[in-house]
Design a binder for this molecule. Structure first.
Ligand code: E4P
Length: 218
């Protein structure tokens, strides 16, 4: 399973990159706004900066909701760098646009996925990545992780090539469960990634090893 970081924050992207585990970046309009990035030129410049920092794919989301607008915006975004992926919402015109992008060799990430039916439609349209939102489903008492399991099963049976990018990941356990459920990629904040490091027995064990070493060498 690959690791993408779900942020537009340059420091966090650099910290994940420095850890040596970063395979890509996802953003959305809310994450860009959180960093205070606004205006077309600034947004494009910020994506260009991120694309230079990471070798992997960088998802940049469109804000248009009609076919012509999504296509025009996506084509412009795709010109920023070869590792840009156009993020398109799961709406009727979005599905049409995903087919257009697939036919024109532009990579896409179909976002706001909350059902297996939507996942089938996105794969049929030729999406490169599919983003099921685990945390937001959990928030409404639906089982987010079960959706990943279902989509992984369907994609395997049907031979769909769209990759499952588990999104809206809220904690480190979500990462472990997404790996078990068959996600190809997980995207999350830095804290969920760093949480994977933690176990009290590791800290206790290391303290003991270092203490024994110090005693033997004193
Ligand atoms: C990433 O592709 C999604 O936009 C993001 O993971 C959504 O996460 P949230 O539900 O925590 O906002």
């Amino acid at each position: 399973m690959r690791f993408f970081i779900d942020t537009a924050n340059i420091d966090q992207i650099l910290e994940a990159k420095d850890l040596g585990i970063l395979d890509g970046v996802t953003t959305n309009p809310s994450l860009m706004a959180k960093e205070g990035i606004s205006g077309e030129a600034n947004v494009k410049a910020h994506y260009a900066k991120i694309c230079k920092l990471v070798e992997g794919d960088v998802s940049a989301e469109v804000i248009s909701t009609n076919f012509e607008g999504i296509v025009a915006e996506g084509v412009e975004l795709s010109k920023i760098a070869p590792n840009i992926v156009v993020k398109v919402p799961m709406i009727k015109d979005g599905v049409k646009a995903i087919r257009y992008f697939a036919d024109h060799d532009i990579k896409t990430n179909c976002t706001l996925i909350f059902s297996a039916g939507q996942a089938i439609l996105a794969a049929k349209a030729g999406a490169t990545y599919l983003s099921p939102f685990i945390g937001r489903l959990d928030d409404t008492s639906w089982d987010g992780m079960q959706l990943i399991t279902d989509i992984a099963e369907i994609y395997a049976i049907q031979g769909y090539e769209t990759e499952i990018l588990a999104a809206s990941i809220r904690n480190s356990l979500h990462i472990v469960e997404a790996a078990k459920a068959g996600a190809d990629i997980v995207t999350c904040g830095l804290s969920a990634i760093l949480g994977l490091l933690k176990h009290p027995l590791t800290d206790i064990g290391l303290a003991q090893f270092l203490a024994d070493h110090a005693k033997a060498n004193s």
